[in-house]
Design a protein around this ligand. Structure first.
Ligand SMILES: [Mg+2]
Length: 344
């Protein structure tokens, strides 16, 4: 196999504010793997240093360490063996996720099937997704919420821990009525006492779930014991033992943090076995990362209930031709071979 790597950049239409900082652009690495027959697969690394502490340069160094593994002519290795060898060479999930995605994409192109059909016999055809509301003021949040519901979204997600949380939540609920699910994400902005107080303040508006109110397994357990709202972990899911810790009602999984599609599906199986619900979100990934999330979600949805996934984020980028546009709150799983989207 031959590997090529390039940097790509996507700018957000508007800076996106979260409790861990403001994101105004995304730098991604696009990896292509070309096999001896000329079949190409594309993957993508989407680290976000302010969020996961992993820089693009760190991922680039890891991928260069993978090059001799990928370009050796050791025929007959499975994709899983190649990814395992990469992990042993440098254990950076954001980096070997790019390799893993490219191997799935290439495998799909080789046999002319979408990745979802390689993952399960009966993949879902559509995946329910949430709309992401970015406005920091009440009127703006209400307007975004009403627009999203008009477009058919049944689940809205709002970052909290960034200012007037109670005012925005109340304004959104007033704008969309009681049937729409409202998910909030604090990105661990609160300590236990702040989280309990904030959730009690927001809960009367009706919350589908509160994602990452605090960081850490034990802190999450303390919060969940004291609130009636459903609690999810996201960043905390990276902690050793978190997937089976039974401290949350739901667990947000990410392609880049799980090291690709296989790692995500394995994590989701652990979560389900422990009695919680997995769902998938992106870290403002590019098209290949989002497509990988959609294919993984199609496999998960065929095996059990799947809450709305945070994969409707490509429309936040400017000058970008999005082919994974949600319709009526759902993204259609690509039916073309491989991941089914163009690389940047
Ligand atoms: Mg989150």
């Amino acid at each position: 196999m031959r590997m090529a790597v390039r940097r790509e950049r996507l700018c957000l239409r508007k800076p996106f504010q979260t409790s861990y900082g403001t994101v105004s652009e995304r730098q991604l690495l696009v990896v292509s793997l070309t096999d001896e027959d000329g079949v190409v697969g594309y993957g993508e690394a989407a680290p976000l240093a302010s969020y996961d502490g992993v820089s693009l340069g760190r991922v680039e160094r890891a991928i260069e360490l993978y090059r001799p593994i990928l370009e050796s002519d050791d025929a007959g290795r499975s994709g899983a063996e190649i990814v395992d060898a990469c992990r042993r060479a440098d254990d950076v999930p954001q980096a070997f996720a790019a390799i893993e995605l490219a191997l799935w994409d290439r495998a799909g192109h080789r046999i002319g099937k979408p990745v979802s059909a390689l993952l399960t016999d009966v993949p879902a055809m559509d995946v329910q997704v949430n709309a992401t509301l970015s406005a920091l003021d009440r009127a703006g949040a209400a307007e975004q919420a009403a627009h999203a519901v008009e477009r058919g979204f049944e689940c809205l997600k709002l970052k909290v821990g960034v200012g007037d949380d109670a005012g925005r939540v109340a304004a959104i609920r007033a704008a969309v009525g009681s049937d729409v699910q409202l998910r909030v994400d604090a990105n661990g902005a609160w300590n236990v006492e702040e989280a309990v107080r904030s959730i009690e303040e927001l809960a009367p508006a009706g919350l589908e779930l509160v994602e990452e109110p605090v960081h850490g397994i034990e802190a999450t357990r303390l919060v969940r014991d004291r609130v009636a709202s459903r609690v999810a972990i996201d960043e905390t899911a990276a902690e050793h033992g978190a997937l089976t810790a039974k401290v949350a009602d739901a667990v947000c999984l990410k392609i880049s943090r799980c090291g690709g599609i296989s790692g995500l599906l394995a994590a989701a199986a652990l979560v389900r076995a422990s009695g919680a619900e997995p769902y998938i979100a992106s870290t403002l990934d590019g098209p290949l990362g989002i497509a990988a999330g959609v294919h993984a979600a199609a496999a998960l949805a065929s095996r059990g209930p799947l809450p709305a996934c945070g994969l409707a984020t490509l429309s936040m980028f400017e000058d970008f031709d999005d082919t994974l546009v949600p319709m009526r709150g759902q993204i259609a799983v690509p039916s073309a071979p491989g991941l089914g989207v163009e690389s940047l």
